[in-house]
Design a protein around this ligand. Structure first.
Ligand code: IMP
Ligand code: MG
Length: 178
């Protein structure tokens, strides 16, 4: 068993659930009737699942697919290079897309995904990120929908990892690694 250190809570499971519900309401009012959710793995799996359930409760029924993007670097700092390690299989040409990511930091991951899907002929692309860290952008990009703006800490839980640990936590906390 991997020993887990205690993780200070930034957003409780309850706070996340409430925020996801209100994000879903924003999406329901602003997205077209038909769209494809492209969930960026692995970090956004929990957010995607909860958001999809909340949307369903509001009568919104998107198609859902998953793409794994890898940004090489150490466990806590991403490098500049993003590659596709698992692609979606849904047709993108002519589709309205909603890209889902866990956290917008340098912006490299999201801008890579936007450019890629644009080049495949998406008719529109919006993005929803659970978290955003301001002041860290290396690429000039904004998300259309943002759950929480977090302080400059390394956050884990609710899908977010440190070396692939802590993803299972039902809350978002932080590590003191810097
Ligand atoms: P970006 O490409 O720098 O915007 O970073 C996006 C990716 O880096 C996310 O999808 C996460 O996988 C990872 N990341 C950035 N900051 C954190 C953090 O504080 N905790 C966990 N993962 C992070
Ligand atoms: Mg990660």
């Amino acid at each position: 068993m991997h020993e887990k250190r205690s993780i200070p809570v930034l957003y409780s499971a309850q706070e996340i659930a409430e925020r996801v519900e209100s994000l879903a309401a924003e999406l329901a009012s602003q997205m077209p009737q038909e769209f494809l959710m492209v969930s960026l793995l692995r970090g956004s799996f929990m957010f995607t699942a909860d958001l999809a359930r909340a949307l369903s409760g509001m009568g919104i029924h998107p198609r859902i697919d998953f793409m794994t993007l890898t940004s090489y670097g150490s466990a806590t700092e991403s490098s500049g290079t993003v590659t596709i390690s698992r692609d979606i299989s849904e047709e993108v040409k002519g589709a309205s897309l909603l890209i889902i990511d866990d956290i917008l930091e340098t912006g490299r991951t999201l801008s890579f995904a936007v450019n890629l899907l644009q080049s495949r002929g998406a008719s529109s692309i919006k993005s929803a990120v659970l978290l955003e860290k301001p002041g860290k952008r290396a690429v000039d990009i904004r998300a259309d929908f943002v759950g929480f703006t977090v302080p400059d800490k390394f956050v884990v839980g609710y899908g977010l990892d440190y070396a692939n640990h802590y993803r299972e936590l039902p809350f978002i906390g932080y590590l003191d690694v810097h």
